[in-house]
Every structure is written in structure tokens, then in C-alpha cells.
Design a protein around this ligand. Sequence first.
Ligand code: TRP
Ligand code: ZN
Length: 855
Amino acid sequence: MRTDTARTVKLAEYTPPAWIAETVRLEFDLAPTATRVLARIRFRKGTGGKLRLDGEALALKSAFVDGEDVRKRLEIDGEGLTLSGPLPDEFTWEAEVEIAPEGNTALEGLYLSNGMYCTQCEAEGFRKITYFPDRPDVMATYEVRIEAPKSLPVLLSNGEKIDEGALEGDRHFAEWRDPWPKPSYLFALVAGDLVSHDDQFVTESGREVELKIFVRPGDEDRCAYAMDALKRSMRWDERVYGREYDLSIFMIVAVDDFNMGAMENKGLNIFNSKYVLASPETATDRDYALIEGIIAHEYFHNWTGNRITCRDWFQLCLKEGLTVYRDQQFSADARSHAVQRIEDVAQLRARQFREDAGPLAHPVRPEEYIEINNFYTATVYEKGAEVIGMLRRLIGHDEYRKGVELYFNRHDGQACTIEDWLGAFQDSTGRDLSQFALWYSQAGTPKLTATSAWDAEAGEYSLTLRQDIPATPGQDVKMPMVIPVAYGLLGSEGQELVPPGLLVLDKTEETFTFRLPEEPVPSLLREFSAPVILERETSEAERVFLLANDTDAFNKWEAGRACARAALMEGADPAAYLDALAAAVTDDRQDPAFRALLLGFPSDEEMAAATHAAGKPVDPDAIHAAGEALREAAAERLEAPLRDLYAAMEVTEAYSPDAEQAGRRALRAAALRLLVRRPGGADLARAAAASGPLSEQLPALTALAHSGAEGADAAMEAFRAAWAHDPLVTDKWLMIHAMSPQPDALDKVKAIAGSDDFPWRNPNRFRSLIGAFAAGNPVRFHDASGAGYRFFADWVLKMDGVNPQTAARTAGAFETWRRYDVKRQGLVAAELDRILAAPRLSKDLGEIVGRIRKA
Ligand code: TRP
Ligand code: ZN
């Protein structure tokens, strides 16, 4: 296994660069199996010493220092080269290498996707393009020349185009210059037969910016929404953060083969086509919302990531946590704050709490890694965003703005650390943030226990808050953190007995007292003010009261979840809960999107986590059966109001992806999910699945297929046939199969995966079928026979041979294996051991599976 020999990189071992690249000129001569890359780099002395450059899979053709051939002074190994002998304080390095984009299936560095050249350099892909100090604290300006056949008419790189023209033999060239110093991970190049959807933007200070979204011919009519989202993002960043765009052109390119969502390369964002292309027939409301959020995210990186970047990869949350926080704020402003918050928290709990509770737990700022690609995690991204939300809540909105302003002004053009970030707030507010900084270094989700007492005679209510932070790999002992707890105290009529406020718990335990006219029902951790697990003993009456009366939308929703969890875990009679739910979902004063969320029951995965946290054995079949029973009971008891809602929420206007219409469709779909269990419900679903925008068809088709209703197979087949030409829509069909709780789901998934025409090397296809099965179908993945585990491990290994990054990310589905019974644990252990014993195991997959196995 390679991980035994692979090097561990440590935060504590950071040293500043020995040599700093200041200007870079790259010349590309593109050819599928033999692309030539000439690099001319001006170096200046940093700490000095030997010149060490990173480089992987490069065939070096020539190397000069200030015009002198230095090939004899070079020592080349698998990870780079070292130049020995004396060097002046400044010099020019010039080297030519040959690379093969065509065989590059890992999708890192320069690769080919459907005949189009593109790059992915974050985190360490630039070293697969040329020899370079490939670390984010080396920032240089870049000039790029691209030569290619005219059959690739569009030639792009970062910055602004400075020249273009024809060359001999049906070839042409373009030259680009990026005036802003940047780290190598933000370099990008694209060459292909592309068309663009164009627009323009005038910045607040009056500068004109050309906007271009490049796609393959035929896709140009599916770019309008992404363009609209881009313009709104640009305006929002000016208005809310005072940040203007800084080049005369901003480009986005959609690519079909891509390891992640999108990449913020300076001036030339590259996107997974799934997060650009949308039309009412091919994208759901959720897809539109994701496109909006990701377009915003990548655009916002221009300031949080690009103008101010990370000193080293341990500081990844400096750009990612902040940028996620910013995109969440943007989406909340564009849609609904309450709905956005509930969705963000649901994500956080499903992905980050899960990670934090298992063998892959790590701090928001990790302290060591083997493969940095494995640390683009829910913890770094989502918990990183939560930490910023807490900071803002603690210091207040105005102080947050001032602190961010200071951060931008002080660090523009620099490669920074979390200390720099917190330092800006410390200096602008005068507060000591050293205890708050523990949120960056301590892993694990704190448990917040609340107990209360009411002294009727004195009219005194006391609330005791206690924090316990669980041990995580490598961290046995934790210190108390700063936990902001937003609260309200409700009277029997649902009124606020005191103005809603904020309690700050910064010790292990503290008691807060209030003088009140009556015993309150507390509403704690409103808006989910901290990423913690709140534990408080509540009665059913209290939960139902909060579901009916809480003025905080998040806690109103949360009260409903608590009711559902009690019904599922303790087998409590759900009647009172379901009646309160019926009242809440038919309350027309509430936003339909919010009501749709109220109608969603906890997933099997959520219940498995809750069962495990309560110290009970997790039985996936029993959990699934309990969920089915609750949904049956809900369908029966709410049938009449659900039928009314289904009729009332019909959207008769032309499709628009806006929040208002999407909310009505979501509520209608939530009603249909339950109604499909009632007589005549399948007829409704079959009718809805047959026509209309995808956002109406898909939930209906899913409800049919997952309930195994009559006609489900025919409807699935009709959908497949209608969309066989469109891979992004076909992915949705794959996901329905992958996530079906029906007993034959694995057989169907196996048949699809095993057919010769399944394009499994494409990460979107792989994730839609294999990934969705393991991560989104607990009852079938955890089949007691072990067949689900075996199937999944086979495919992870197969993917590792071509694309380690995607294999490793997908393998994270095994991280919860210690929750299950001894027999299942034995079955998983056997698969993990089989993976670890595989010949040519990648360092990506080796690290992830090794850590999971050690649990
Ligand atoms: N920085 C990207 C973002 O916006 C994510 C990213 C990291 C990425 N590594 C990648 C994207 C590799 C594609 C491929 O979050
Ligand atoms: Zn990002």
C-alpha cells in the first residue's frame, strides 16, 4: 500500500518559499498525445538555497538558466526536479516539457474532454503542466500563448486577450495576459470548438466588463439562467461587500468531464456543465438554485480566494469557508432566508456532522494530510462557513462589515492564514478572539445540553447550558468553545415573554436566569446559531406547541423534526404531531417552500445517525420500516388536506425558476410523495410524470419508482427513451434507480453499471449511479448479505485506476461503518481490506480507506 510510504504534510512544518516566481510566460503547442509547454519564469530569491520545482508526468526537453543549458545540473525524480550549483539572486528559468492530455483520465492538469482541451490545477495540478514551485504562496503574473489547429477555434486563458492570429498549416494562436499576480492553482487554459452566450456588466465605478459563457454548439440556449445569476452575483458583491470585478472580461466554460462542481480560475471559471446548463425541460428547480449558488460561489472567489489567497493548503477554509458563507448569504437574499437556512443546516448535518462523528473527522483547519484533494470536505467548506456565521453573530453585522473591510484592505495581493483573517477582526473590534479560534482547531461536533428550572414563587426561570466536545481522531482532550445560542422564551399564547436574544456559552457550563411572568417554553439555538447538537428533554406537548407557535422559522421546522424523530425512534404515537403538521402545512400565511420542508420526514440516514448518537444499535432494515410506517400514517391522516394542497399548488403560469413558483412546486411534490400511497395517488403521479417541466415530472417519476406503484417501470422506460440523448437528464434517471428502496434496486443498478455503453469514467455518471447508491440508498447499500458493499468496492477500485480523486471522494460512503452490527462491520472490513491490498492503489484512495479502516 502506497500510504505507508506516502509523505504526511504538516502545518507545523511550513517554511516560506526558497525561490519566488514573479513573472511567468507559457507557450502551449497543443496536440493530444504530445503537447509542448515552454515555460519562461523570472525567479527572485526568497530564503534561497537549491531550486526545487514540482513536476509530475512531464518529459523534460530542455532547461536553461539565464540562457545557459543546465540539464547536467538537474536531478529529476517522480515529484519534481532539483537544480544544484550557485544561482544569482534573480534569474530566468526556461524549460520545455512534453505532456499527453489525451491519456489524462485523472482530470487534473491539462486534459481532453469530448475533444476540448481544459485544465484543472487546484490543488496541485499545475505541476502536471510544467515544472514550478506549485504552492499557493508563490504568486506571479502570467502571459500565455496558445497554438492549436483551427478546428479548435476558441483559445482561452486567464486575464485579457492581447493578441491572436493565423499560423501556417491551418493553425492559429492567441495570447493572454493576466495582470493580477496569482498562485499557480488559478491558472487555466481552454481550447475547443465552443460557442459563447454573451452579455455585459457595468461595474459600480463605471467600468465595462464583457461576460461570456462558453459551451458546446447546441447548448447555447441553456445558458441564460447562469448569465443572469452571474450578473446578480456581481452586483451583490458590490452592494454587500463593496467588491468590484477587476478585469475587462469574465468567462465561464462548461465542461462535461469534471471532478467537482466548478473552479474559480482567475477571469476564466471552469464549470461542471451540470452547474451551467439549464432549461425547464432539463433542469429542476433545485438545479437552478444550485447553478445560482455555484455561479455566485466561484465569482465571489475573485476576492475571497484570488485577490487574497491561501498561504498553504491548511488554510483552505480561509477561501472556502468564507466563500461558502458568502454564497449562502447571496442565495438567502435572492430567495428566502428561512428556507435557505433550513436547507443549509440539513446539508451540514447530513454531510458535516456525519464526517465529524466518524474516522474522517478533522478540524476546519486540518494540521496534516497525505493527499490535499481529500480535504475538500464538508468540514472545511460547510463548517468553515458556520464559523464565519457565528463570528458575525457574536460581533454584530456592522462590526463584521468593518472587519471584512480591514481584511480586504490589509491583505489584498497576499497569501494569508486564518490568523490574518481573525487578526483583522481582533484589530477592528478590539476583542480577543483566541478562544473563538478553537473553532478552527478542534474537530468534533459539540454537544450542547440544556436543562431548565422554574421557580413559580420567585417568577425565576433558570436555564443551564453545558458543552461537551467528543474526542476525535488525534484529539482526545478539548477545551470549551465559544457557542452563541440565539433564543426566545415563549408564553402560553405563543408570545415572546422577553425580546429574543443571544446567550454566549464560553465555559463548560453556565446558568442563565430570567424573571418571567409565567413558565416559558424555550426556543433555543434559533436560526441554528451554532453547529452543535442540542440536547434537551422535551415533552411531546412542548414539541407540538413549538411546531405550531415558534416565531423562528428554523425552530418551527426543527420542532417538527423532533416530533418525527420521537415517532421513529421511540415508536411514539404520531397522531398529535400529524395533526399539528396538517395545520402547519395548510397555513396559507406561510411560504409554500417552507411548508414543503415541514412535509419532508427525516431520512433513513438521519435516523441512523440519531440512533447511533443515542447509543443504540443501528438496524437499517428496522429504520427503513419505521420510516415507511410514519409516511403511511402521514399519508392516511393528511390525505384530505394533501389532496387540497396538490390542487391548490398547481402552477399554471409559464415555467420560471424563481423561488415563488419553485416553492409551490416543492409543496405540491411533497404532497404527491405521500398521496402516491393512497388510492388513486399513482394515477396522479403517472399523469405528472408524463409531461410538464422537469421539476414536475421528476418528483412524480421518483415517487412512482420508489413506491413500486403500478406503471412505474413503464414510466421509467419512457423517460429513459425520451432523454437518452441528454447525459445530464439521464443522470437523474440513474439516480432514481440508485436511490430506490425497492428490493430489486441493486440488481437494476448492477445491470446498468455493467452494460457496455455505461460511460462510468465520467465523474457525473459515476456519482449518479455508484455514488448515489452508496450514499443515498442506506437500506440497499447496507443489505445484510454484503452484496451492496461488494458491488460498491468493486467500482471504487475500478475508478481508482483512472481517477483517484473521484474514487476517494466516493469511498467516503464507508465512513459510517462502525455504526452497524458486528456482521455488517465484518463485511465492510473485508471490502476495506480488499481495497487496501489492491496493487497500484492511489494515495488518494489509500489515505481515505486507511483512515476509515482504523476507526
Ligand atoms: N476551488 C473549487 C471551489 O470552488 C473546488 C475545487 C478544488 C475543485 N479542487 C478542485 C474543482 C478540483 C474542480 C476540480 O470550491
Ligand atoms: Zn470554493
